[in-house]
Design a binder for this molecule. Structure first.
Ligand code: ADP
Ligand code: TRP
Length: 327
C-alpha cells in the first residue's frame, strides 16, 4: 500500500487554511493509504520559540489533529523530535544540498525579509529537514497546501540526487497530494493573500461563535458590483471561496446569483458565512476542548506514534547507512 506522510509545525492553533489545505486530506487519506502524520516541532525552532510554548503548542495541535478526525489507531500521530533517525538523514541530505539552491527558495527569501536579524542555518536548510521527514519513511504521497510546492520540489530533487550520487534506485520521488485534485489556497479575510497565522487574518478551529462572527463581519469588501455579471474583485472572490468550502451549493449559488444581478448585500453574505463557519467549527471545537483535558490519552497517542514512526525510520536509516558507506 502507498505510504503517506505529512506534518504541521506547532506554532499556534490550526486555522481553516490548515484544515482545508492539509488536515482534511489527512482525514480522508487515512482509510485508503498507509498514513502517518506528525508535529514538526524541530522545524518550529527556526523562529526561536520559548520551551514552554513548544510544549503547549505540541499538545494543542495534537488535540486538534484528533478533533479533526485523525484516528491514531489507523494513522499513527507522532512528534518529529521523537524520531531521531530523521536527524541522521537530514545530515546526509545536507552534505549534498547547495547554498545557492537553498537561498533561492521563496519561503527562505521571505524569512530573510521578515526576520533579517535571525537568518539561521536551520531556516536555510528547512527544505532538507522536510525532505528527511518524508524520505525517512520512503513516502509516496504528501498532502500539503499550495504554499509547500517548492519544498516538495526540493524533496524530489534531494531524492533524485541521492540516487544519482550513490548509483542506487533507493528513494522514490514523493508527490504532493490534494484531495480536490488541485492545490488549494484558502484566502484570508483581509482582501488579499492566503489565510495564515503570521498574516493575522485567520479563523481558528477553536474560535467561538462570537469571535468567528466578529472576524467575518470585519472582512474587507467593496461598495458592490456596478455591472451585471461582472468579475468579482479579489476580496469578494475570497468570501465566495470560503463560502464554497463551508456552505452548501444552494447557498453559494444564491449569493452568486445575487452578485451577478447586483442585488447582493454583503452584510447578509457575511452573516451566512459566519453562521456556516460556526456550524462547521462548533463540533470540532468541542472535541478539541475534550481532547485537551485528556492528558493521559494524548500521551498514549504520541507514545504509539513514536514507536510506529521509529520502526519505519530505523529500517530506512539502516539501509541508507549501508549505501552511504557506514556499517
Ligand atoms: P501558517 O501559514 O498558518 O503558518 P503552516 O505554514 O504551518 O501554516 O501550514 C501548515 C499546513 O497547512 C501546510 O500543509 C500548508 O500548506 C497548509 N496551509 C496553511 N495555510 C493555508 C492556506 N491558506 N491555504 C491552503 N493551505 C494552507
Ligand atoms: N513545511 C511544512 C509546513 O510549514 C511542515 C512540514 C515539515 C512538512 N516537514 C514536513 C509537511 C514533511 C509535509 C511533510 O506546513
Amino acid at each position: 500500500m502507498e505510504k503517506v506522510i505529512s506534518g504541521i509545525r506547532p506554532t499556534g492553533n490550526l486555522h481553516l487554511g490548515n484544515y482545508f489545505g492539509a488536515v482534511k486530506s489527512f482525514v480522508r487519506m487515512q482509510k485508503e493509504f498507509n498514513c502517518m502524520f506528525f508535529i514538526a516541532d524541530w522545524h518550529s525552532l527556526t523562529t526561536h520559540p520559548k520551551p514552554e510554548n513548544i510544549r503547549q503548542s505540541v499538545k494543542t495541535i495534537l488535540a486538534e489533529y484528533l478533533a479533526c478526525g485523525i484516528d491514531p489507531e489507523v494513522a499513527p500521530l507522532y512528534v518529529q523530535s521523537d524520531v531521531k533517525e530523521v536527524l541522521e538523514l537530514y545530515l546526509y541530505l545536507n552534505m549534498n544540498a547547495y547554498l545557492g539552491e537553498l537561498e533561492r527558495v521563496t519561503s527562505f527569501k521571505e524569512k530573510v525579509r521578515k526576520q533579517p536579524d535571525n537568518v539561521n542555518a536551520g531556516l536555510l536548510t528547512y527544505p532538507s529537514l522536510m525532505a528527511a521527514d518524508i524520505l525517512v519513511h520512503k513516502a509516496d504521497k504528501v498532502p500539503v497546501g499550495k504554499d509547500q510546492e517548492q519544498n516538495m520540489e526540493m524533496a524530489r530533487l534531494f531524492a533524485r540526487r541521492f540516487n544519482r550520487i550513490y548509483e542506487v534506485e533507493y528513494f522514490k520521488e514523493p508527490e504532493s497530494y490534494h484531495f480536490t485534485n488541485k492545490a488549494i489556497k484558502v484566502p484570508g479575510l483581509d482582501g488579499s493573500g492566503k489565510m495564515g497565522k503570521s498574516e493575522g487574518n485567520a479563523i481558528y478551529l477553536v474560535d467561538d461563535e462570537a469571535t468567528i462572527k466578529k472576524k467575518v463581519m470585519r472582512a474587507v469588501t467593496d461598495s458592490g458590483p456596478t455591472m451585471l455579471n461582472q468579475e468579482k474583485p479579489e476580496a469578494i472572490k475570497n468570501l465566495f471561496t470560503l463560502l464554497e468550502l463551508v456552505s452548501d451549493k444552494q447557498t453559494y449559488d444564491y449569493f452568486d446569483d445575487q452578485y451577478n444581478n447586483m442585488t447582493i448585500r454583503y452584510g447578509d453574505l457575511k452573516k451566512q458565512l459566519a453562521s456556516d463557519i460556526n456550524a462547521f467549527c462548533a463540533p470540532i471545537r468541542e472535541r478539541i476542548l475534550d481532547f485537551q483535558q485528556n492528558e493521559e490519552y494524548l500521551q498514549k497517542v504520541i507514545r504509539m506514534g513514536a514507536q510506529a514512526a521509529s520502526e519505519s525510520a530505523a529500517k530506512t536509516i539502516q539501509e541508507v547507512r549501508q549505501i552511504v558507506g557506514f556499517r
